[in-house]
Ligand binder design. Sequence first.
Ligand code: SF4
Ligand code: SF4
Length: 482
Amino acid sequence: MDIIKTTSLIIGFLLLTTFIIMALYSWKENEPLALAHSIYAALILPLPFLLLSMVDKRWSHLLLTMLDSAFITSTIFLLLPIYPESKKIRMPQPRGRIDERDVMFSRAELQPGTKNFQQYYTMRPDRRHLDDIFRQNPGLLSRQASKYDPITFAVAEANFQTVAYLKHHVDGKPNKEKILIDAQQISSFIKTWLKKLGAHAVGFTRLRDYHLYTVRGRNYNYGEPVHNEHKYAIAIIVEMSKEMLDAAPNGPTVMESSQQYLTAGNLAMQIAQFIRNLGFEARAHIDGNYEVICPLVARDAGLGEIGRMGLLMTPHLGPRVRISVVTTDMPLVTDPKRDYSWMTTFCNICKKCAYNCPSKAIPTIPPRLIKGVRRWQINQEKCYTYWTRIGTDCARCISVCPFAHPDNLLHNTIRFFIKHSYLFARFALKMDNLFYGRHPRPRWPAWIPGTKNRRHEQAHAANNIKHEFTFVPKKYDIHDKS
Ligand code: SF4
Ligand code: SF4
């Protein structure tokens, strides 16, 4: 057999094996569209190579030569580690601190007629009419919300109620007797222990000024200035289940996000208490009681980068994570900040979250200068207003993100090539849209009670998928690029 035919056979079997492996992964991941497309690709793409290598004619030889050359050249081009510096999007260090009272959760807690309400809108009169819009909506986990679901909403409420118990015990007095342990040893111990407890990733950084809020903004600490003298911060990342997020923006999403707030919060509380037992100061920063901005801490601890949707993008789970933080004066060995510009460069070409965001809160433009720092900024009013209409925390942006696929060999191989080749990154985005859909339809986990009864509702949603996920609240300007 000549070299052309042998090459064609190898290519044919390579394609067949690749798509069979992809089909198996898609089946395991419960991705019906990706499964169907992998099977079609496995049946169609290897065929010309395999069939033509069995024909013994001059024309077939010529055709095979062309096919082989085209395949080999395009594969080399796609996989070559070429990443032009000019294409890279690097996110600079943030400047200055944020007032927690400006965050939507703080604004949502303001009660009309109270002193805090009066004071806030005197300080920020431009926000009043925006906030009045979400105040007219049913609210998070409300029975009147459009995505109300008795089971998942009740679970989410239970999770948030449990976090609420914890949030009043984030601090405490350290033991009088200090136990001195080598910083390297204790850092490595904490990392390993946290991973055994279920953390996906853990990182240490020096606590920086811009990690901290200036002023507290939750109802029980409203208006208190933030003073935190700790030197170090531990960022703890936990995974949010892909299966649950695939139902976004429906009930399972808020059930899962609240669960992972609780898990991340538990881990932070446990570590903070452990450090205090060793005689050092430590404070946990958990949902509803933060002094720090967790994504910024995690970023500086080398765990990821802030992406287009304003969330931390991690290298193996994308934005499908929740974060808690422990600040302490116990000496720790810090982790270097890593270069994740390959993820933000991908964000720059992708925009899938923006195109799927029901409230059009995510910008579609490249990062721009905001208060002297080049970055993306979502429109938090649009996003939160949508949450209060549907009753869940949506997370549609997280669920459709190409980086949110499971942390396994198939997706990590794709992530590896995205990291090293700009051309492959562009190709991978097209493939993601083809295999998983531009506007993937929400899918409820089958084990959640009532799922079967929702089939009709889901079929209806599937027919209206584009309509539903291009929803824009009437009172907002769709062309607002903030
Ligand atoms: S969906 Fe695309 S643009 Fe949005 S965060 Fe993910 S990678 Fe970035
Ligand atoms: S409305 Fe949903 S998709 Fe849009 S930014 Fe908010 S959470 Fe993400």
